[in-house]
Design a protein around this ligand. Sequence first.
Ligand code: ACO
Ligand code: ZN
Length: 281
Amino acid sequence: TQSQTEISRLKNINRICFGKHVVDTWYFSPYPEEFTRLDTLFICEFCLEPVGTEFQLARHRTKCQVRHPPGNEIYRKGTLSFFEIDGRKQRHYCRNLCLISKLFLDHKTLYYEVDPFLYYIMTRTDERGMHILGYFSKEKQSNEDYNVACILTMPQYQRMGYGKLLISFSYELSLVEKKTGSPEKPLSDLGLLSYRSYWADTIIDLLMNCKSEINIQEISEQTSITTEDILHTLHSMEMLKFYRGQYIFYLSEKCVQQYEKNRAKKRERIDPSKLDWVPPK
Ligand code: ACO
Ligand code: ZN
């Protein structure tokens, strides 16, 4: 009934204790009922198992030996790594991951259906282990050519450029597959902001460094961004001008400023030469 759905949608966990971070949650997540009467949920940061108390977590940690996500490490540069995980082979881990991400996502409904997805986990290594920064999931077969189903930066690491690193990685995979891709719709507000910003950065970057003529199709081939997403970005950044009977790209002052601002940030980038991956069959 309607009222039951409403009740079940109420936020049921206030905060999670994850590694050395305590984080306030944003939304409801369908954790087993035993965990939902607690104020704080404790989660093992390596295997993602939830427990009810700090004491139980300490006990869990003495038994739990893993210090990195399951699956294959398919990228490593410095302390940044990516793991590829098959939802069908690591159901338990992936369900736990979905439960965590639901705490910060309001519009996705798939929590238990993990088999049709691959999961790409981004980690940072230190002396204690490989800590999850964020992840995205990707359908093994997408009829709509989505290259990301769900994307999350762990809240303690948000607004540091990791969302764009995840997005960039998803397009690197599409480049290897020789396909274009786009994120699954609908996007959240934060998802939309991040994608718009990534698309604009990528296109401006390409045009600023472009030595010869280029058209939208070629931008798409070089970036794996769909022509629709490119056109949308060009319009919103006012980068298309009608000149002598045809459209030309136009790098406004705003674009050049954004380009300079990004360079000044000296942000970490994905290095395609460090990707060790063939598309799964
Ligand atoms: N306010 C304003 N702008 C923001 C904000 C914010 N809170 N967060 C991100 N942005 C914009 C900025 O333009 C930023 O670029 P800039 O720093 O170069 O200006 C850009 O988005 C990306 O920022 P990042 O730091 O790279 O992204 P972050 O690591 O914070 O991750 C993400 C973005 C993944 C969307 C994160 O906010 C998140 O996990 N949100 C909760 C889950 C979610 O909504 N996921 C997307 C759902 S849609 C889907 O899954 C297909
Ligand atoms: Zn554990």
